[in-house]
Every structure is written in structure tokens, then in C-alpha cells.
Design a protein around this ligand. Structure first.
Ligand code: ARG
Length: 583
């Protein structure tokens, strides 16, 4: 598949260079659905406005410039026609045969991207919950968004490192280690049940707050841990293991692959970073601490605390250097709530000041996101006011999806449907439940806050994963009815897009490469969700209007159905969803 916008930009840019003695990168966008043309370019207008004060090479107005550019457009297989609008816009019509050829390619199974992309090394820092604390809905968002970003980058052919920057180090471990030793002196021989680490953490914190003797011991234990003292490390590994096992359950349910490079990984590098920053004059003393005043940022980064310890900022300084300099990453994307943007912007500018980060050869992004609220629009809490356990949330999604499937099973208006075995039923409930949570999150504008609502995310009629999976299963069943033989016969013929609904659907499918490029540039997964939804509505319009089975156009239409199925499945996968074919 080619990037249509990419190809059109090249064609227009060449025509510009052939028309006037300057080069200007062409802007081409998809036309709004209410218009007839497929793409538009405001290039003549842009150039004319820029050059008007210096006479614009003797050209009188934008329309004349558009006419000149138009006359220099080389004939090519993609563009059918370009017209000049009165305002100087170029209206572009795509060649139906070209689009139809792409559909045939897809239907025949040639699903490759031909978009001339340079492969880069990209690191995505996502999920990153804190050990011994409950993973909260914010971490769920980071997990879902981060995983989808990785999937898109991987599909585009980049070399992606999926990194879990776990909060597995720091002063809180002093109190956790002391509490473990006090409460379960035999923890090494008989493993205590501390699987509810949230409780364990709270109890340790309580002791820390009320007992000065405990507090002092906890402080000393941190020193042990930082110096790598064996018994402290052993206890730390134990708490890490219990906590990590719980996280894995959540990751498995959500089908998340991620590699741990938690804060502890950077611990051995912290002193070196501190020394480097002091030596080079970036870290300065302030009230007993060492801080990095980053130009343009009111809050400095804390390089070393007054008590000599290192914190979140120090670790991130070490991590950013490790990523860009040691690992040679060309781009690093940090997925956390927007509340941390001040920290990341200061960090990125600090990395630039020091010389680790050299844009445009390196790129750092903070993919910040809005808060997830409860269904009532207030802070997301359990009825008792506690943190919502993620595992309970996933279980509830599963149960509610199952109840919905049962309702559907009994719905007489849905005729001719496959009845699922109890085992398939469970699988379908899990797929729908997890997909509902993921899609509801990903379709939001990343930075907006949203209210978590099972009712909304499981609505079979809205823009939800449930609706889309049903639509996908319907296409699968159409193809199944046709049978292998008819399908393979249809693949040998040329695809002709005669009806407007066919062409609209085909063009929508062909937008995938362009949308993907925008998605990974802007880290806006909602645009991929929008495309999926649009493909599915365009398919309905096509299927309502055009008969497939037994029509004269059967072969072309079968190809269109297969291409829709393949592209929808691909987008589901990029969003972290494995759709089911029979439901
Ligand atoms: N553990 C942090 C939190 O829970 C997120 C870490 C994000 N990554 C980073 N490199 N700082 O908020």
C-alpha cells in the first residue's frame, strides 16, 4: 500500500518547482466527505500569500499560480484529474483504477507498506507502575496507549523497545523492607501472603509515620539497599517478585509485551550523572541539594537531594542519557498522564542543553493523557473510596460483556447467527470485554479527560469495540457463505469500482498508510479508531446499496469485502485487539 498523500505531495511539489524558482513542500489533505473531490491542496494560495509582497514572479493572483502549477503536473497513474477552484485550491481526483488495483493487491494477500520510511530505533516508555502500590487507571491508560503506539511503529517497520520504567527503587523501599522483617521474620523460609501489596504498603507507611524508631531503621535500610547489601537486596527482590507477578496477570489479560527497565536499573549510573553534571557546571548547589536550572523552566530538576539521595528526576536524567547516548535511540516516547508534562519538558530541554539530545536527529515526546474519571464524572474510586483494582475492572468488563452476549443470543431479531459453544462464549466475552476497555480509551482525544463507563463502552450500537467486532464478524460470515472456491475465482479478475459507495469504501481503506503516519507523528490513536469506524460505516453503506452474491459485479465486490476484512483486522491488531470471526 502506498501513502496516497505522500505520493500526491511529491507530484505537486515537482509541479511547483517546474513552475517557479522556489521549492515549497506541498500540503495535501483529504477532502471533506460532502465534496466530490478526494484530496485538496492549498499550495498556490500559500505560496502566493508568502510571495505577494515581492511580486510573486509577476503572477497576478493565487488562481493564476494554481493554473501554472496545474499545467506542470506530470501525468501519473494515481491522479485522474486536478481542477482549479475559484479560490486557487487544487482539487484532486484519484484514479479509480489505481485504488481498485490496491484493493486487488490487498485481497490477494499482498499487505505491505510501500511508503519509503526510514527505519529508526524508537523507545516507548509506558505502563511504568510503581512496585508495591496498586496499578491505577492512569497506568491502565498508559499501558493501552503505549502498547498501541508500539504496535503502529512496529508495523511501520521501526525497531521498537517497549520499556517498563517501573517505580521499583527509592526511599519507600526502606520502610517496606523493615516492615517485612518485623512482621514476617521468617519470610525467607515460609512465604507470607503479601499478595495484597496495597495493604502491606499502607501498613508499612502507617508504622513509618507513627514510629520514629522504625523511621530511623527504614532510613538506614535504604542506605543498605543503595549500597547493594545482600540481605537488603534479597528482601527487595522478594517484594519486587510478588508485585511483578500481579502486574503480569494484568498484562496477560491485556496481551501486553513489555520489558522491565525500572528505576533500579539506572541506580548504578546515578553518581556518574551527578558528577558529569557538576563537572560541566549544569548542576549547582542550592540549599544543600544539587539542582539543574533548565532555561525556560521555573522548576529546576533535582539532581541530588539534601540527604544525598537520588529521586525521580535524577533517574530520568540517567535514563534519557542511557536511551539516547548509550542505546542510540533516535526517538523516545514517554507515555504518562499530562500532570507530568512540566517534568518531561524540563527533562527534554535539560538533555538538549547537555548535548545528549540533538534534534532533529533525536526526538523526545511526552505523550501526555487526561485523567480517567469514574462513571459519575468524579474521581475514580471504589464505592468504599479506595483505589479501583485493575484486575477487578477487567473482571467486570468480562462479566458485563458476557451478559451482553447472552442477551444477544436470545435476541430474535438477529437471525441466522452462529450459536457459540460455552467455551467460545467465554473466549468471546474476554475478547469483547478487553477490547471494549481498550477501544473506549484509544478513541478519545489523548489529552482529554474521560469518564469510564461500562454502559457506554459495551453499547452494541455506538462507536464501540463491540459494534465494530460485530460488524467485522458480519463481513467474515458473508465471505464464509461464499465459500473458498468462489472467492479464489474472484481474485483472478480485475477489480472495477463502479458505484460511489464502492469507491468511497476503497478510498477509505487506502487511507491506512497516511493515517498511520499521522498517528505515529502526533501519537493520536483516536485517528486510527476514527478510520476503523469510518471503514465499517462505509462498508455498511456499500453493502446496503450493492448486492454482492449473485450480482454481475460479484468478483469486484468480493475483493472489496476481503480487503475490508483484512484492513479492519489489521487496525484492530494495531489497537491491541484480536477480533473474533464468529459471534
Ligand atoms: N512510575 C511513574 C508513575 O507512576 C511513571 C514513570 C514514567 N516514566 C518515566 N521515565 N518517568 O507516575
Amino acid at each position: 500500500m502506498k501513502s496516497l498523500i505522500g505520493v500526491l505531495k511529491d507530484i505537486i511539489s515537482q509541479a511547483v518547482s517546474a513552475s517557479i524558482p522556489i521549492s515549497e513542500p506541498a500540503v495535501v489533505t483529504s477532502a471533506a466527505a460532502k465534496f466530490n473531490m478526494d484530496f485538496v491542496s492549498p499550495i498556490a494560495l500559500t505560496i502566493f500569500n508568502k510571495q505577494k509582497s515581492s511580486g510573486c514572479f509577476g503572477i497576478k493572483n493565487a488562481k493564476d499560480l494554481a493554473t501554472l502549477i496545474h499545467s506542470n503536473i506530470q501525468s501519473n497513474p494515481i491522479v485522474n484529474q486536478v481542477e482549479i477552484a475559484t479560490n486557487g485550491f487544487l482539487n484532486i481526483y484519484i484514479n479509480h483504477e489505481f485504488i481498485a488495483g490496491q484493493i486487488t493487491d490487498l485481497a490477494r494477500g499482498n499487505f505491505t507498506l510501500d511508503i519509503g520510511l526510514v527505519k529508526s530505533k524508537i523507545l516507548v516508555d509506558f505502563s511504568s507502575p510503581n512496585i508495591a502500590k496498586e496499578m491505577h487507571v492512569g497506568h491502565l491508560r498508559s499501558t493501552i496507549i503505549g502498547d498501541a503506539i508500539c504496535r503502529c511503529l512496529e508495523f511501520l517497520g521501526h525497531d521498537v523497545a517497549r520499556v517498563n520504567h517501573l517505580g521499583d527503587w527509592g526511599t519507600q523501599f526502606g520502610m517496606l523492607l523493615c516492615y517485612l522483617a518485623d512482621k514476617y521474620p521468617n519470610w525467607e523460609t515460609s512465604a507470607p501472603d503479601i499478595s495484597n501489596l496495597e495493604e502491606f504498603y499502607k501498613a508499612a507507611k502507617k508504622e513509618f509515620d507513627v514510629n520514629p524508631e522504625f523511621k530511623e531503621r527504614a532510613r538506614l535500610r535504604v542506605v543498605d539497599l543503595q549500597s547493594g547489601e545482600e540481605s537488603a537486596m534479597k528482601a527487595w527482590r522478594y517484594i519486587f517478585k510478588v508485585s511483578r507477578e500481579y502486574l503480569q496477570i494484568v498484562y496477560d489479560r491485556l496481551d501486553i509485551k513489555i520489558e522491565d527497565f525500572g528505576e533500579s536499573f539506572y541506580n548504578p549510573m546515578l553518581k556518574g550523572i551527578r558528577d558529569e553534571l557538576v563537572e560541566r557546571g549544569f548542576a549547582v548547589e542550592s540549599e544543600g541539594a544539587l539542582i539543574f536550572n533548565v532555561e525556560g523552566h521555573s522548576t529546576p530538576l533535582m539532581v541530588q537531594k539534601t540527604d544525598g539521595g537520588y529521586g525521580y528526576d535524577s533517574t530520568d536524567l540517567a535514563a534519557v542519557k542511557h536511551r539516547l547516548v548509550t542505546l542510540g535511540m533516535q526517538r523516545a516516547i514517554y507515555v504518562t498522564d499530562s500532570g507530568q508534562s512540566t517534568h518531561f519538558y524540563a527533562l527534554f530541554d535539560a538533555a538538549k542543553t547537555v548535548g545528549w539530545h540533538n534534534p532533529p536527529s533525536t526526538r523526545l515526546d511526552h505523550a501526555g493523557f487526561g485523567v480517567v474519571l469514574g462513571p459519575d464524572g468524579k474521581k475514580f474510586k471504589t464505592r468504599e473510596g479506595g483505589t479501583v483494582k485493575l484486575i477487578n475492572l477487567l473482571n467486570e468488563a468480562h462479566d458485563r460483556a458476557k451478559a451482553q452476549l447472552e442477551k444477544r443470543e436470545q435476541d430474535p431479531s438477529i437471525g441466522n447467527r452462529t450459536h457459540l459453544t460455552p467455551q467460545d462464549f467465554e473466549i468471546a466475552a474476554e475478547v469483547l470485554g478487553m477490547a471494549a476497555i481498550k477501544y473506549f480509551d484509544l478513541k478519545q482525544n489523548r489529552i482529554s479527560t474521560y469518564a469510564f463507563s461500562f454502559d457506554k463502552m459495551l453499547d452494541p450500537k455506538g462507536n464501540t469495540a463491540v459494534y465494530l467486532i460485530y460488524a467485522y464478524a458480519r463481513i467474515c460470515s458473508i465471505l464464509e457463505k461464499l465459500g473458498e472456491e468462489v472467492i479464489s475465482e474472484s481474485l483472478s479478475s480485475t477489480c472495477i469500482l463502479a458505484d460511489k459507495t464502492e469507491k468511497n469504501l476503497a478510498l477509505c481503506i487506502c487511507r491506512l498508510p497516511d493515517v498511520l503516519e499521522t498517528v505515529v507523528d502526533e501519537l493520536a490513536l483516536n485517528k486510527l479508531c476514527d478510520l476503523l469506524y469510518e471503514i465499517s460505516t462505509k462498508f455498511s453503506e456499500f453493502y446496503t446499496k450493492c448486492r454482492v452474491i449473485g450480482s454481475a459485479e460479484q468478483s469486484s465486490r468480493i475483493q472489496l469485502c476481503i480487503a475490508t476484512k483484512i484492513v479492519m483486522k489489521k487496525i484492530f491488531n494495531l489497537l491491541g485487539i484480536e477480533p473474533i470471526e464468529k459471534i
